[in-house]
Design a protein around this ligand. Structure first.
Ligand code: PXP
Length: 252
């Protein structure tokens, strides 16, 4: 089983900064620290309302990730504006996400199957420009198939429902984990690289990281929260260790 990459999402460093305006704390400094702590890549979501990451952050993150030789994963809604920004910066990867202004976070996966006409031209333009395109989807093999048919190279599975179920001790846990496993297997069979993310913490990472088809996890909110208590570097290092242990556990 290949090593699982850890992408660190630094959006919520910007959330804290924006609570006061000004420039502190700087998400770019957090990205530098995350890379030094072992992050394999940096993820940032430029939302339509700019509630956390700003245009200037994306510009600076594109520069430092290039300098440090780590991929930038640009999370974006499927809009003309975001497409233009992605094409201007040419990040290593773009992860297409659904976005509604009123939501607190990305609450569900992209309906790739239902949104074909709207999404396919954006996928094509980004792929043609050399950007690796990922679709953030719910655990549904039909959405993986639609992503592949559209030309995306990657799908990122939305783990939010599974992680919430674990925290709530819901009877749905096994069914939701089964859906993630089945979708990961189907996506890999279709030749897609498979990522996962949303809501992952030290408890939920274990079962997710053990899904053999996964190549990358993207984790943000929990790591930035833990950074308040223990610091960003130890939080990332502990997550890294748990990911590695989960992989070894499966191989044994
Ligand atoms: N992956 C995607 C596509 C996301 O939209 C998010 C949230 O911005 C994450 C991963 C990270 O989720 P969390 O912040 O809950 O770890």
């Amino acid at each position: 089983m290949s090593r699982l990459r850890l992408g660190v999402n630094i959006d919520h460093v910007a959330t804290i900064r924006n609570a006061r305006g000004g420039s502190y704390p700087d998400p770019v400094r957090a990205a530098e620290l995350a890379i030094a702590a072992g992050a394999d890549g940096i993820t940032a979501h430029l939302r339509e309302d700019r509630r956390h990451i700003s245009d200037a952050d994306i510009e600076a993150l594109a520069v430092i990730t290039r300098k440090r030789g780590r991929p930038l994963n640009f999370e974006m809604a499927v809009t003309r504006e975001m497409e233009a920004i992605a094409l201007a910066h040419l990040p290593h990867a773009a992860c297409l996400v659904p976005e509604r202004r009123e939501e607190r976070t990305t609450e569900g996966g992209l309906d790739v199957a239902g949104g074909h006409n709207h999404i396919a031209p954006v996928v094509r333009k980004l792929v043609d420009a050399g950007v690796r395109v990922s679709c953030f989807i719910d655990a549904d093999p039909a959405q993986a198939a639609a992503s592949q048919a559209m030309g995306a190279q990657v799908v990122e599975l939305h783990t939010g429902a599974y992680c919430d179920a674990v925290r709530e001790r819901s009877p749905e846990v096994e069914r939701l984990l089964g859906a993630l496993k089945a979708t990961a297997a189907e996506a890999a069979r279709l030749g897609l690289e498979v990522h996962a993310g949303h809501g992952i913490d030290y408890e939920t990472v274990k079962a997710v990281a053990a899904i053999p088809e996964l190549a990358e996890l993207n984790i943000g909110h929990f790591l930035i929260g833990e950074a308040i208590f223990v610091g960003l570097t130890p939080a990332i290092q502990r997550m890294r260790t748990l990911m590695d242990e989960a992989r070894i556990g499966r191989a044994a």
